[in-house]
Write a protein that binds this ligand. Structure first.
Ligand code: GUN
Ligand code: ZN
Length: 678
């Protein structure tokens, strides 16, 4: 079996798992099939993979004889990949099972399951630490035993540890180092049933960040479409649903926004076959079994639809917008989302550097998105100036609309007594725009993703206001003189904080210029093209990259249609192209050579072995299995240098995976090579 990533967003990924009975496209929902009494044919609703219970078959004499003879695929009439659980769930429900770990693993191999499961102990949330530790020890022992007795069987090994983050992490690390095919996260059903989504986020993040990136992760017992998007954003690839049938038995309709009881319905909740063929009254008057099957059909249909919606969001790069939307359906889901803010640093490592979609701000929770943290860290790559001028937001790109949007430019000096003359101010000045959510947008890079590719409402919430103000204040303190336009002071409530009397008791002085007064200097607010390309390169590749790539004799070619910078040459040699969609540089051979000379090993590099070298030189893409080292700080969708073991530049391209994944994966593409022939 192997797993490959195709597309990514946040920690979510779309991918494929290859099994002996076919391919599973992830994220995937595995409907739970009862091996003895299944009445709904899940194939009809798009199930590519199902999960069933080996222990039920093992315990029931008839089923056992039958499945041993004909195999599990025949028994449950499903030709595709089948995952089996081991009886651990029964163990957690009834306190005991009549089978050993070894027996159930061997049984799963005999019945021809695609992925089996060892007999982990599902320790419930909130137990005493002592119990969680003892049970975890057994779970890990059984994982070790599973490796020894498994034969050719592919196996799940389940992360346990109750609600102790450190135990979850230790467990994930320990079993992650053994060679299992898939890593479920177990014993989370009670958290989901009691809507403890904030704790669920802690448990999943503690597990996922210590599991190998190259193996799929299954959130066990997660079957409500309401939670899929959040779980995928944290790196979960597989879900299983018995909920579609359990909810149906209870006359409940699942929707990605919550649950509806049949008794309360006056209208059907969606536009699936069931909801467009029957009225709530029709269903209420039916016999129980018929009604149950129809509601189960609805439940499965919307669950699969939600999985498709998530895959599309990953492809488009707007998974967090979907997560924020879904998590606003219930205050406790919102709690989960708010807790996710504590994991921004982890999410940022996996989040692609550029995306197809714009960043849409949907409320204070959006302030925790990785793009913002990353931007605020990258700002320091742009060389420091003496003075700072902060201007308000206008139309984007801001620098193109300064004159028309500013109206009167009132300026106050906020850093000490001296009034700065416009002339002095502009001598060595960083011009910066203040806006939600990226707080500080240096003028030189205001067209670069995501600084121009974002939308936020004009009517701010207080969190956003506070966030921008705090960022502004920290930034201001790095300059000798900071001059903030009155509009900015107003918008972000900065008067009270910045205009208190100075330590020596004197008042701040202020002078208000009109735009007319500033007219003579406003031309100097615009950035020249050379400064702009250097700053973009610094922001993209690190401090000093701009000067290394672009010397003084560059030739800048602009688009005739849009007037935007397109290509940067030196003489006849193309160095780099500024991509129109996101104003990010795509290197050419000379650009790659210059960057390679400028940045030290292993920065920006992916090192391939000698087998792959000739292919890379021909411009063929780099598969993860040929990579022997890389810069761990590489993000997906970044320009990277492809080198051999002697650090000779042999090609360059765009990373598909991030640094951690490039190292961990042995399957699939790591880098899409742009050009070899260096
Ligand atoms: N199904 C739901 N939760 C669990 C769990 O923790 N372990 C196993 N094996 N199956 C489950
Ligand atoms: Zn429906």
């Amino acid at each position: 079996m192997n797993f490959e990533i195709k597309n990514k967003d946040v920690m979510g990924r779309t991918g494929i798992i290859k099994t002996p009975h076919g391919i599973i496209k992830t994220p995937a929902l595995m409907p739970v099939i009862h091996p003895g009494k299944q009445t709904l044919d899940v194939k009809k609703f798009g199930a590519e993979v199902v999960i069933t219970n080996a222990y039920i078959m093992y315990k029931n004499e008839d089923l056992r004889a039958k499945v041993l003879e004909e195999g599990v695929h025949e028994l449950i009439d499903f030709p595709g990949p089948i995952v089996t659980d081991s009886g651990s769930f029964q163990l957690s429900e009834y306190g005991d099972v009549e089978v050993t770990n070894k027996e159930i693993i061997e049984f799963q191999e005999l019945i021809g399951t695609d992925i089996g499961t060892s007999l982990d102990i599902p320790t419930p949330p909130y137990v005493k630490r002592d119990r969680a530790e003892k049970e975890l020890e057994i779970t890990i022992e059984r994982a070790k035993e599973a490796i020894e007795v498994r034969g050719d069987l592919m196996l799940n090994s389940v992360v346990q540890g109750s609600t102790f983050a450190d135990l979850r992490s230790t467990c994930a690390e320990t079993i992650g180092a053994m060679d299992f095919e898939c890593y479920p996260i177990g014993a989370v059903v009670p958290l989901m049933e009691s809507y403890k989504y904030s704790d669920l986020v802690d448990v999943v993040m503690a597990s996922v960040k210590n599991l190998p990136d190259s193996k799929p992760r299954h959130l066990m017992g997660a079957g409500h479409p309401m939670v899929f998007a959040l779980a995928v954003a944290m790196g979960c690839d597989l879900f299983d649903s018995a909920a579609y049938i359990l909810y149906a038995q209870d006359n409940r309709f699942m929707m990605p926004t919550g649950t509806y009881k049949l008794q309360n319905l006056v209208e059907m909740p969606c536009s699936c076959r069931v909801c467009t063929s029957y009225t709530p009254d029709d269903l209420r008057s039916m016999d129980k079994e018929e009604r149950m099957l129809l509601i189960a059909e609805h439940n499965l249909t919307v669950s699969f639809a939600e999985i498709r919606t998530i895959k599309q969001a990953i492809n488009d790069g707007n998974l967090m917008e979907l997560v924020e939307l879904r998590c606003h359906a219930h205050p406790y889901l919102l709690d989960g989302l708010r807790n996710l803010k504590n994991y921004t640093a982890e999410l940022e490592k996996y989040d692609p550097a550029t995306k197809k979609s714009a960043f849409f701000y949907s409320g204070p929770e959006s302030l925790g998105r990785p793009e913002i943290k990353r931007h605020l860290e990258k700002i320091s790559r742009i060389p420091k100036k003496k003075n700072l001028l902060v201007l308000p937001r206008g139309r984007k790109p801001y620098s193109k609309h300064i004159k028309e949007d500013l109206g009167k430019l009132y300026i106050k000096n906020v850093n000490g007594n001296a009034i700065i003359d416009p002339e002095d101010l502009m001598n060595d000045c960083q011009v910066c725009f203040a806006d939600v959510p990226f707080a500080l947008i240096p003028m030189e890079i205001d067209e670069v993703y995501p600084l121009a590719q974002n939308e936020s409402p004009m009517n701010m919430d207080t969190d956003a206001k506070d966030f921008v103000r705090i960022q502004l204040e920290a930034y201001i303190s790095q300059f000798d003189n900071a001059v903030i336009s009155a509009k900015v002071l107003d918008r972000f409530d900065m008067y009270t904080i910045t205009l208190e009397p100075l330590p020596d008791g004197s008042e701040h002085t202020e002078k208000i210029y009109s735009l007319d007064e500033f007219e003579g200097d406003i031309g100097r607010i615009f950035v020249d093209d050379k400064t702009k390309i250097k700053s973009i390169a610094d922001y993209q590749f690190g401090e000093g990259a701009g000067s290394a790539l672009f010397k003084n004799d560059v030739k800048i070619v602009k688009s005739r249609k849009t007037g935007k910078i397109r290509h940067v040459y030196e003489g006849e040699t193309l160095i780099a192209t500024l991509r129109a969609s996101d104003s990010v540089f795509v290197l050419d051979r000379e650009g790659a050579r210059r960057l390679h000379s400028h940045v030290e090993y292993p920065k920006n590099r992916v090192v391939v072995n000698s087998d792959a070298e000739p292919f890379a030189r021909e411009g063929k893409s780099i598969f993860a299995k040929f990579v022997i080292d890389c810069d761990i700080n590489i993000r997906s969708n970044e320009e990277v240098l492809i080198v051999n073991e002697e650090d000779e530049l042999i090609a360059f391209g765009k990373s598909i995976l991030c640094g951690h994944e490039i190292i961990d994966f042995n399957t699939g593409q790591a880098v899409k090579t742009r050009k070899g022939g260096i």
